[in-house]
Design a protein around this ligand. Structure first.
Ligand code: ADP
Ligand code: MG
Length: 445
C-alpha cells in the first residue's frame, strides 16, 4: 500500500483549506506556511511568526487531525520552526478593497483603502503587522493594549484602520470605535459643555475595541489625560481591546507616569522606514490600484530617491499619474526626473572621509583596505580602487592631490582617470550604478 508522506498530507490540507476559508484568511494564515522538514516521523512547518502557528492550532486543529499523521500518543506529528526575518518585501497581495459601510452602531470611520490586504510587508513592519493581525483575530485576548509607534507617514493609521476593518468583518457583534486623539478631546469638550459627559462615558465603556490614533496630542492636555486614562482602565479591566498609535514610544511622551505605565502594559511595537525593496513593492502596489503602469525600473528610480516616508512616495505617484495622463505619455525615468525633481530627497550630507569610503568599498567587493591602497594592479583590486576613488571625488570636497595621496600615495591624474572611467561605466552598467548609489547612501547617512 502506498502511504503518503507528511508533506503530501500537508499539501492536501492546504488544498482543502483553500476552499473552506476566505481569501484573506488563506492569504494571511495558510499561504505563508512552508514545509521546513519532511521526515517520515514528523512534519516540521516553517511559520513566519508565532501568531500564525497559534492561529493554525487554535482554529484548524480538527482539520489538521483529519489530514496529518498522529503519533502513537494521539498527538499530531507536527512541530514548528519560526522563519528567519524576510529580507525582501512580500509580493503585493492584490485583493481589491472590500468597501463595507460602517454600520450605524459602529461609529468607526475607517478609510476603506487601509486594509491588511493593502499593507505591504517588509522587514521594517513585519513584526508590527503580525501583532496587529494577531489582535484582530482575538481582540482583547493577547496583547492589550497594542501600542504602535513610528515616524510620520509610515503606516500607523493604515494599520489601525486595518484592525478596525478586520474586526468589523470577522467579529460582527463587537462594537468598534476608531478615533483620533483630537476627536476624543473635542468630543469631551462638547459633552462637558452640554453636560452629557455621563452619556459619553457610557458610550466609551460599552466598546469592545477602541482604536486611538496619534496619542501624542494628549500631551499637556492634563484634564483630558485623566479622563482618557479612566476610560482606558475601565476598558482594559474588562479585557476590551485597545490599540494606540503615537509618533514616539510611550516613555518619550510627556504624559503622567500612570498613563505611560498603562500604555506599556501590553505590546509596544515600532513601525520603521521601509527598505528599498519594500518601497518598490509599495509603489507598484499603489500604482496598480490607481491603474497606472510603471515599470520596475521606474519604481526603483523613484524608490531610490524618496526614502523617508511612504506618504511622499504616494504623493510622487499621484503627480506622475496626473502628468502622464495630461501629456498622454508613458512613464519613463526621464519624465519622472523632470516632473518630480523637487520631491526627491537629498540625504543630509554627513562628512565623508576617505577612510569610510575605503572600508565601505572593501566590504562591497570583499577585499582588504590594505589591498586597495597597495600598488597591486590585479583586476580584483584595481577595480574596487577605482570605485573608491570615484566616490572620494564625488563625496569629498578636497583637492585631487590630497585625495589621491590617501590611496597609498597615488597621483591626482590616476584619481581623475579612475573617476572618468567609473562615471562612464555607470552609464551602461546598471548593477554598478546601483551598487555605487547604495554605497553613497550608506556613507552619507
Ligand atoms: P502614519 O499614520 O504613520 O503617519 P499612514 O498610515 O497615514 O501613516 O500612511 C501614509 C500613507 O502611506 C497611506 O496612504 C498608507 O496607505 C501608506 N502606507 C504606509 N505604509 C504602507 C505599507 N506598508 N503598505 C502600503 N501602504 C502603506
Ligand atoms: Mg497617522
Amino acid at each position: 500500500m502506498l502511504t503518503k508522506t507528511p508533506k503530501q498530507c500537508w499539501e492536501e490540507f492546504v488544498h482543502f483549506m483553500e476552499d473552506c476559508c476566505t481569501a484573506t484568511e488563506f492569504q494571511n494564515w495558510i499561504a505563508p506556511i512552508k514545509v521546513h522538514n519532511d521526515s517520515k516521523e514528523e512534519l516540521v512547518l516553517e511559520v513566519p511568526n508565532i501568531f500564525v502557528q497559534e492561529y493554525l492550532l487554535e482554529n484548524f486543529k480538527k482539520q489538521l487531525e483529519n489530514f496529518l499523521p498522529t503519533k502513537t500518543n494521539g498527538e499530531l506529528a507536527l512541530s514548528f520552526a519560526i522563519a528567519a526575518p524576510k529580507k525582501k518585501a512580500a509580493a503585493p497581495n492584490l485583493i481589491r478593497p472590500s468597501v463595507q459601510p460602517a454600520s450605524e452602531k459602529n461609529k468607526a470611520l475607517l478609510n476603506p483603502a487601509y486594509t491588511f490586504e493593502h499593507f505591504i510587508e517588509g522587514p521594517s513592519n513585519q513584526f508590527v503587522k503580525s501583532a496587529a493581525f494577531g489582535i484582530s483575530m482575538r481582540p482583547g485576548k493577547s496583547y492589550n493594549p497594542l501600542f504602535i509607534h513610528g515616524g510620520v507617514g509610515l503606516g500607523k493609521t493604515h494599520l489601525l484602520h486595518a484592525i478596525g476593518h478586520y474586526v468589523q468583518q470577522q467579529h460582527k457583534r463587537l462594537k468598534v470605535h476608531c478615533i483620533t486623539t483630537e476627536q476624543f478631546i473635542n468630543d469631551l469638550v462638547d459633552n462637558l459643555r452640554s453636560k452629557s459627559v455621563d452619556k459619553m462615558k457610557r458610550f466609551y465603556r460599552s466598546l469592545d475595541v477602541l482604536l486611538v490614533d496619534d496619542i501624542q496630542f494628549l500631551q499637556s492636555r492634563l484634564n483630558f489625560e485623566e479622563e482618557f486614562c479612566n476610560t482606558f482602565e475601565a476598558l482594559i479591566n474588562q479585557s476590551k481591546q485597545i490599540v494606540i498609535t503615537s509618533d514616539k514610544p510611550p516613555g518619550q511622551l510627556k504624559l503622567s507616569e500612570r498613563m505611560i505605565a498603562r500604555m506599556e502594559w501590553g505590546l509596544v511595537a515600532n513601525v520603521g522606514v521601509p527598505d528599498l525593496e519594500t518601497r518598490v513593492a509599495i509603489l507598484q502596489h499603489k500604482a496598480e490600484l490607481k491603474g497606472i503602469k510603471i515599470s520596475h525600473k521606474v519604481a526603483f528610480f523613484i524608490a531610490e530617491r524618496i526614502f523617508h516616508n511612504v506618504r511622499q512616495l504616494e504623493g510622487a505617484l499621484n503627480r506622475l499619474a496626473a502628468y502622464s495622463r495630461m501629456m498622454g505619455l508613458d512613464v519613463t525615468e526621464e519624465i519622472v526626473e523632470n516632473t518630480m525633481s523637487e520631491l526627491f530627497q537629498k540625504a543630509p550630507h554627513k562628512r565623508v572621509s576617505v577612510d569610510n569610503i575605503l572600508k565601505s568599498v572593501a566590504v562591497m567587493f570583499g577585499v582588504r583596505v590594505s589591498d586597495i591602497c597597495s600598488k597591486s594592479r590585479a583586476k580584483n583590486v584595481a577595480f574596487p580602487r577605482q570605485v573608491a576613488m570615484y566616490l572620494a571625488k564625488e563625496l569629498i570636497n578636497d583637492s585631487l592631490m590630497k585625495l589621491a595621496a590617501s590611496f597609498g600615495g597615488k597621483t591626482h591624474s590616476t584619481l581623475l582617470h579612475a573617476w572618468k572611467k567609473i562615471s562612464r561605466q555607470i552609464g551602461s552598467d546598471e548593477m554598478l550604478r546601483r551598487q555605487i548609489q547604495m554605497a553613497r547612501r550608506n556613507l552619507e547617512s
